[in-house]
Design a protein around this ligand. Structure first.
Ligand code: MN3
Length: 201
């Protein structure tokens, strides 16, 4: 059996309508995420990584043989990022829990300002990539912009990844075409803030 399996979505493909359409969700999960997952398992097979978690692997990319390092960065990142992404959304999005709001206010002033900053970073990703909200080891929050499937834990294993938005065109093009800012604006309506609180620990 392959080392990594495609996780089930925690909701139906159409659960995030009208903000994220069912066809995009189905292709994104059953084709893109499945592809990263299979390619990851294939890349690491026979390299002594049995029993390693995806976090173990992504925080130690430099220890991998060069022949598989890029494949693992791209596909391992894709596997990990999308698993985080599905859980970062939910159909009946609630308000921001108080412990999250307190942390956001300390760094960004208020939740609206944070959303503006995060949206601007996500909008400004050149080409394919992600915007991430991370908590540093000192408890401060920070927005990171990453290309391709790179994740903040690849360069700093001490950060906690709290939230991320996929701004590859495959995440929004069917419904929004080139209107990435509109996708981002609507994405806020399906953010799973309880999951963000859980990830803060
Ligand atoms: Mn994607």
């Amino acid at each position: 059996m392959a080392q990594f399996q495609l996780p089930d979505l925690p909701y139906a493909y159409d659960a995030l309508e009208p903000f994220i359409d069912a066809q995009t969700m189905e292709i994104h999960h059953s084709k893109h995420h499945a592809g990263y997952t299979n390619n990851l398992s294939t890349a690491i097979e026979g390299h002594g990584l049995e029993g390693k978690t995806i976090e173990d692997i992504l925080t130690n990319l430099d220890s991998l043989p060069e022949s598989i390092r890029m494949a693992v960065r791209n596909n391992g990142g894709g596997y990990y990022n999308h698993s985080l992404f599905w859980e970062s959304m939910k159909p009946d999005s609630k308000g921001v829990p108080s412990e999250v709001e307190t942390a956001i206010n300390a760094t960004f002033g208020n939740v609206d300002k944070f959303k503006q900053d995060f949206s601007a970073k996500a909008t400004g990703v050149f080409g394919s990539g992600w915007a991430w909200l991370v908590m540093n080891s000192d408890g401060s929050l920070e927005i990171k912009r990453k290309s391709f499937q790179n994740n903040p834990i690849m360069e700093d294993a001490s950060v906690k990844v709290l939230l991320g938005i996929d701004v590859w065109e495959h995440a929004y093009y069917l419904k929004y075409q080139n209107r990435r800012p509109e996708y981002i604006e609507n994405w806020w309506k399906v953010v799973n803030w309880e999951k963000v609180a859980e990830r803060m620990g």
